[in-house]
Design a protein around this ligand. Structure first.
Ligand SMILES: [Zn+2]
Length: 384
């Protein structure tokens, strides 16, 4: 759930006695060390000092260093920047539009003349940043009282490993509130040879949990409901949904629309159908018959986080009204369209932001892909 706000908006500069500024007016808002008492505590008692500068190849060329006088951790202005430790800080701002403009990772790498692994790493960082940005925004936002939910079908590694991204959308604004995912078993029409291959793979690597959809949709709705006493849920007739809803603590009005109903603008599930279409249209990894499918569900979640922020805060709600409000503006969560510069204007610290449980897994890259023996997790202690 969108739990206890950490008053992130209070992360402001405090006047400090004896502080020197070398070349700009940057004042560190807090100590970056999660183990220091001045990491979360924002009061005038925090003392730090400037300890010189260092030079680097890209602008700004001189970076101010600081020392926390409480925990003795040294840091710099870069520690509070989204481009912390990046040799190519120019890539991150370009990734957002390229990713949501349906370019695959290798196409972006060719376009920017960098190694594909650079794009993989920076896209993963952008995804983590977007998870934190949305979670931090939701801590002070109005909760959604009505949501339409749906399972967006894709696959990881090969078509033998399909999965669903469960999306919760507020119908009145088209705002994507939260998402989770579930592994599912390959189904549908298969040739005898495909069935045999599925058996072989499942015998070697295990079968997806048949209750995964139930558990992940329940978690999705728990986070959306938060502490509200009542929630209205619009969905299709998937058999796991009533069960998941029954497990919730709040009172739920469940409005079911058959998945066989015509999917036009009059369909009550139009907001999720629209989000599904837009997601497929905007993401290279979800296109039909693509060769850029997700190799890991983890990376698909990171791309989806980028899509969520772009869709909610940066893109107009209606395609035919490009200057119209974004979903976040339509629901009153923000009062303006967020720009790339604003989105990347500050680094969000995971230790200062409450993430829902599944997003904690996404942040630390803890989602495993069965078919891969080795999976890279996010274990760097200083990096974003
Ligand atoms: Zn400190």
């Amino acid at each position: 759930m969108w739990v206890v706000p950490l008053k992130l908006c209070l992360a402001r500069a405090m006047p400090r006695v004896g502080m020197r500024h070398s070349n700009n007016s940057f004042v560190p808002p807090h100590c970056p060390n999660p183990n220091c008492k001045y990491h979360l505590q924002l009061d005038a008692g925090w003392r730090f000092k400037c300890i010189g500068t260092f030079g680097r190849q890209v602008a700004p060329h001189r970076i101010q260093r600081f020392l926390c006088l409480h925990c003795r951790r040294s840091f710099s202005t870069q520690t509070f920047s989204t481009t912390y430790w990046l040799k190519r800080p120019d890539i991150l701002p370009q990734l957002l539009t390229k990713t949501t403009g349906c370019m695959a990772n290798r196409q972006i790498a060719r376009d920017l003349k960098v190694a594909p692994s650079t794009i993989d790493r920076q896209l993963s960082r952008l995804g983590r940043h977007c998870l934190l940005y949305h979670a931090a925004t939701m801590q002070s936002a109005e909760p959604a009282r009505r949501v339409a939910i749906d399972g967006f079908v894709s696959f990881e590694h090969s078509q033998y490993w399909p999965f669903h991204h469960h999306l919760a959308i507020e119908p009145e604004s088209d705002f994507i509130v939260y998402f989770t995912d579930s592994e599912v078993r390959r189904s549908g029409t298969m040739t005898p040879a495909q069935k045999r291959k599925r058996e072989r793979l499942e015998a070697a690597l295990g079968r997806p949990d048949p209750k995964a959809v139930y558990g992940d949709v329940k978690h999705l709705l728990e986070v959306v409901a938060g502490s509200q006493p009542h929630l209205t849920v619009l969905s299709d007739d998937h058999r796991a949904y009533p069960q998941a809803i029954k497990g919730l603590l709040c009172e739920v009005t469940h409005l079911v629309t058959s998945s066989k109903e015509r999917r036009d603008a009059d369909n009550p599930l139009f907001p999720v159908n629209l989000a599904d279409m837009l997601l497929r249209h905007s993401s290279a990894n979800h296109k039909r018959e693509t060769i850029a499918w997700s190799k890991r569900r983890q990376a698909s979640a990171e791309r989806l986080a980028v899509f969520l922020v772009w869709r909610n805060y940066m893109k107009s709600r209606r395609e035919k009204r490009p200057r119209g409000p974004t979903p976040a503006e339509a629901r009153g969560t923000v009062d303006h369209r967020v720009t790339v510069e604003e989105l990347l204007g500050r680094r969000w610290f995971v230790s200062r932001t409450s993430l829902p449980a599944r997003w904690v897994d996404y942040y630390w890259r803890a989602i495993s892909t069965r078919a891969l023996p080795r999976q890279r997790r996010h274990e760097l202690s200083y990096a974003a």
